[in-house]
Ligand binder design. Sequence first.
Ligand code: SF4
Ligand code: FES
Length: 247
Amino acid sequence: MNLTLKIWRQENPSAKGGIKTYQVDDVDEDMSFLEMLDSLNEQLNTAGEEPVAFDHDCREGICGSCSLMINGQAHGPEVTTTCQLHMRSFSDGDTITIEPWRSDAFPVIKDLVTDRSAFDRIIQAGGYISANTGSAPEANSVPAPRDKATRAFNVATCIGCGACVAACPNGSASLFMGAKITHLGELPQGQPERDSRVVSMVAQHDHEGFGGCTNIGECTAACPKEIPLDVISQLNKDLRTAIKHGY
Ligand code: SF4
Ligand code: FES
């Protein structure tokens, strides 16, 4: 495939960015999207030009760092992470627009790399437990109802990629927060901080500049781990309960 790439280039956080156009030829349909960008960067290096900065780590759909808007969609046209997206999803002659995540709470560091440390601060505010669970066999000896354990496990698959924020017209991180609150709130070990957790995480979320949820649902459609929208209902329910308890 021969492709035209329109890529957001921005020298540093305060520089004015803009779209630049590149041509990449002989792209194999079995290449991952990031391998296609690697090949563009080899081309730029050979030409003595600055390669495009983009974030990645595991390239296995686990770490959540490969955050790109591709043709206006978070992680591109498939329900997966950018690193697990393959070039067979595109056609010869396509023009692909590649931008960083769109959110004031995720400022651009350089080119396609954004600062997602706001998520870390939300987790630091309350996304943990104080129960000493010991080693794995001891943790497994705490009985948990099967349906709750399964739901906790399913929502614990959130990798903190931020696609939900990038896709949301309000720039809300409610799906991410709801996944963490549901994961911990379903399990016995998560009960001691259940009230304080939701209050602290929501306060940090708002302080970081994320918007509120208005039930649009773009977040769940863009989520590579298919976190369901009802975790936001759980988040709101836990928040109402905490307020009733005087938090
Ligand atoms: S909820 Fe989904 S889209 Fe949002 S951070 Fe978690 S894995 Fe990414
Ligand atoms: S590079 Fe880790 S999820 Fe994509």
